[in-house]
Design a protein around this ligand. Structure first.
Ligand code: F3S
Length: 640
């Protein structure tokens, strides 16, 4: 059989299962990464496993989300992360060094290696040929303990790129185009593997922009081959030794194909409030824009900011618009400074922010009330910017820079000659000395401030559950809807009782008191429930509030996995129309004794009213739920 690249890497790492699409497999994980917002919990879970050192080839703990240090919570968490890393053999990246995915691509991503990260944009490393997936923090903790990672064998989509980009189009426009074609559900259960002659037209950072936003398609991951371009990138990063040539066999077979003609791509924008609401920038001509933000793990590379600087050089940002720029890493910032490119950015009137997620996670830089913000980020969900009624458009750095100058969207015909797409210089300055590499042995005390609260203990699944419907929500509920981001909330990530107070706070402020009064309950949702960020607190905190079942029309992949990990039973309505028959506060009885993996079960919703649901669980997943969560199960096994 002629193998595609995805299959080759999975085969090489396979621990259990068969490579039939949809079947559960387990693979060995070479590398892990965490960011601080999910990392504190991942390390609390790691500590609960009581092991002396991590067993991966490399584990890195980045601090990029909650870098603001107002009050004790974030600094305490940063100190906890730093000391846990030193103690257990984890590389630590201090706040201000950069955004986890940009840093990982530059410094650690290796072709052919498997990587899981407690952040949904971990597939960024697929730009260099790594099989990189977003996962819950608990999965990351277990991978650090040497446990294999479970997933469903994905279908592999051949994304055949032909032609070359022209005019003002860039990598962001390619992925916005694909999102428009496939939708936010189009990648579910799939890996997008990029191939074809057009691949050679794209640099590694451009490829990484595309694999990064594969997360918005719901894809398991996205991957490019490790070719000459990847070798040149790694050489620039002074780590050519990490290169090995990797690609699909010439006649490789795939489960599905998608053709993209790069020469037909033009500047695109995703309209509020979904990344797949794509349109051409030309169609937005004349729309006033209050704020422009350039950065995030999608578009904060040297090339992204260099082209921005070239466009802004000698010109001023419109008086009615503000421009925020967050470089992806200190390396990017140093290169801009060395090449005299900071000056045009500063002179244009732009604000240069810290090398961190910043406005992407609502950490400063919120737009004005009712405002319009054009961002080079990957998500534009309602409220994520920190301003509930703002509208966020997702665009490329080139579109962002021109929009900032005009204070409005303009047609690309008016932008003049396109700037050439920048390539990396041969040798870029290393920032490896900014990381704290662990010593061989470290017995220093782990610092625990008052914001580090021990993990709650969860009970096993009882035989029958009588559950009120605590909330009935619609389609495309994101983890931002379930648990909002923003400084106030995410500062509580290592304090489950405190962060639980914010569950569904933007949709229904009575949810928490209702759940607490009921003691336990069920969440009813529509299609694609739990899309968006991988934050496992969106499962863990509802579990703390007594949520035992989530009943929906369909789930987003990572959130479903998180629900299982914390002992919440995910059920899918067999007949989606039954959703309309259920209401908030209605009592539902779930008989858990008859549950079999992948089987149907009947829920009783009042006298004689039966609702059919399917659990689509594997035997291993059902066992986790019966134990009340994965940590309970692993602990139990260790005892045995
Ligand atoms: Fe950070 Fe936003 Fe990416 S929060 S990791 S820059 S999606």
């Amino acid at each position: 059989m002629h193998k595609n690249l995805t299959r080759k890497i999975i085969e090489e790492h396979l621990v259990a299962g068969s490579l039939t699409p949809g079947e559960e497999i387990q693979i060995k994980i070479d590398q892990t990464l965490t960011q601080d917002a999910t990392g504190t919990m991942a390390y609390l879970q790691w500590e609960a496993l009581d092991l002396p050192r991590v067993k991966t080839e490399l584990s890195v703990s980045y601090v990029d989300h909650n870098t603001l240090q107002m009050g004790f919570k974030n600094p305490d968490d940063h100190r906890y992360l730093r000391t846990v890393a030193a103690r257990y053999g984890i590389v630590f990246s201090p706040p201000g060094t950069g955004i986890c995915h940009q840093l990982h691509l530059e410094n650690f991503a290796v072709p052919g290696k498997t990587l899981i990260g407690s952040d949904s944009h971990t597939p960024t490393a697929g730009g260099v040929g790594s099989l990189a997936m977003g996962a819950g923090g608990l999965s990351v903790a277990l991978a650090m303990a040497g446990e294999p990672y479970s997933l469903y064998m994905p279908r592999v989509v051949k994304v055949y790129l032909e032609g070359k980009l022209t005019g003002h189009a860039g990598a962001k426009d390619i992925i916005l185009h694909i999102l428009q074609r496939l939708s936010v559900k189009g990648g579910t259960g799939r890996v997008l593997e990029y191939t074809g002659p057009g691949v050679a037209d794209l640099s590694v950072p451009e490829r990484a922009t595309i694999t990064n936003m594969g997360a918005e398609l719901g894809a398991t991951t996205s991957i490019f081959p490790a070719d000459e371009t990847a070798r040149r990138f790694l050489r620039s990063m002074q780590r050519e030794g990490d290169f090995s040539e990797l690609g699909p066999d010439p006649e490789a077979s795939y489960d599905q194909e998608l053709f993209v003609d790069l020469s037909s791509i033009e500047p695109m924008a995703a309209r509020p409030h979904m990344p797949d609401l794509g349109t051409t920038v030309r169609e937005l001509e004349g729309r006033k824009v209050d704020q422009v933000a350039i950065g995030s793990c999608t578009n904060s590379s040297y090339a992204d900011l260099k082209i921005t600087a070239k466009i802004l050089a000698g010109r001023k940002v419109s008086e009615d618009t503000e421009l925020l720029i967050s470089p992806g890493s200190k390396q990017v910032l140093k290169m801009l400074a060395a090449e005299g490119l900071l000056e045009p950015l500063l002179d244009s009137g732009a604000r240069i922010l810290e090398c961190a997620c910043g406005p992407c996670i609502g950490m400063g830089g919120s737009p004005v009330s009712g405002g319009v913000s054009a961002r080079t980020f990957n998500r534009n969900f309602e409220g994520r910017s920190g301003t509930q009624d703002a509208g966020v458009y997702l665009v490329s750095p080139v579109t962002a820079a021109h929009t900032a100058l005009e204070g409005a969207f303009t047609s690309p015909e008016k932008w003049g000659e396109p700037q050439p797409r920048p390539s990396l210089p041969d040798n870029v300055p290393s920032i490896r000395d900014q990381f704290i590499f662990p010593e061989d042995a470290d017995s220093r005390e782990i610092y625990r401030g008052p914001n580090i609260v021990p993990l709650p203990q969860f009970e096993p699944l009882p035989q029958n559950l009588d559950l009120p419907v605590l909330i009935k929500c619609g389609d495309n509920i994101s983890t931002d809807h379930i648990l909002p981001g923003g400084a106030q909330v995410t500062a509580l990530r290592s304090n489950i009782p405190a962060i639980s107070e914010y569950i569904f706070s933007r949709l229904d402020e009575d949810f928490v008191p209702r759940a607490m009064q009921a003691g336990q309950g069920l969440i009813l949702g529509g299609e694609n429930y739990g899309q968006g960020s991988s934050r496992e607190h969106a499962a863990l905190a509802p579990r703390y509030l007594g949520v035992r079942v989530v009943l929906v029309k369909s789930f987003a992949r990572i959130h479903r996995a998180n629900l299982i990990n914390f002992g919440i039973l995910p059920l899918i309505l067999t007949n989606p129309q039954d959703y309309d028959r259920l209401e908030q506060d209605q009592a539902i009885r779930v008989n858990t004794t008859d549950l079999v993996p992948g089987g149907e079960c009947f829920l009783e919703a009042g006298a004689g009213d039966k609702i059919k649901a399917v659990n689509d669980l594997t035997p291993a997943e059902l066992e986790i739920i019966k134990y009340g969560g994965l940590l309970n199960l692993v602990r139990e096994r260790k005892k045995g």
